[in-house]
Design a protein around this ligand. Sequence first.
Ligand code: ZN
Ligand code: ZN
Length: 203
Amino acid sequence: MNLLDIVFPKVCLGCEKNGSYLCFDCVNYLKSCQHNVCPYCLKSSRFGQTHLDCLKKTNLKGLTAVFWQNRILKKALYKLRQKGVTDLKNTLLEIALSCLGEHQALVEIIQTEKPLFNPLPLSKKQENKQGFNQAELLGKDLAKSLGLTYVPEVGEVKKGIKTGSYKSLLLFNDLWDRQSFLSVADSLKHKGISRVWALVLAR
Ligand SMILES: [Zn+2]
Ligand SMILES: [Zn+2]
């Protein structure tokens, strides 16, 4: 236990028990998102893959949510975004990585295409207010754990794709922000990036 844990003991976000942000009992309340939808038409699609017909209208190949958002996750993401409790990051990443394997289509893309990993940009106004972009904070370590190359800016992605051998891109955010994912994916199409997938922690 370090000094910070003694001065500011971690409290479970679910039951307020001392010791960690998420105790063993409350981890069980997190529900893996087993019913993803096509990000374009919002109809059922097992792993969040965009339907073939819908792909004619968007460049986003799919959007996978790892968890359903519940009271505990809502509190965790609120604290991370608004209160700057950035060491919550490790707890969130641990639970995300433990469940990611259930989302087969996404895992396949990560393993076979090794996409560039890019955090969803935050509006400048929001970023100034928070002091950081939570998608960057979480995304940097998540990309590392997944063995993917992290690029902080969409502008740099363009360079990476042109000079490197990357053919696809994985966009990341903490929450399901379908409209932003669709517009970033579509803006990349004009730059020659035709395979864009999105991943969020919770929907
Ligand atoms: Zn608890
Ligand atoms: Zn669809």
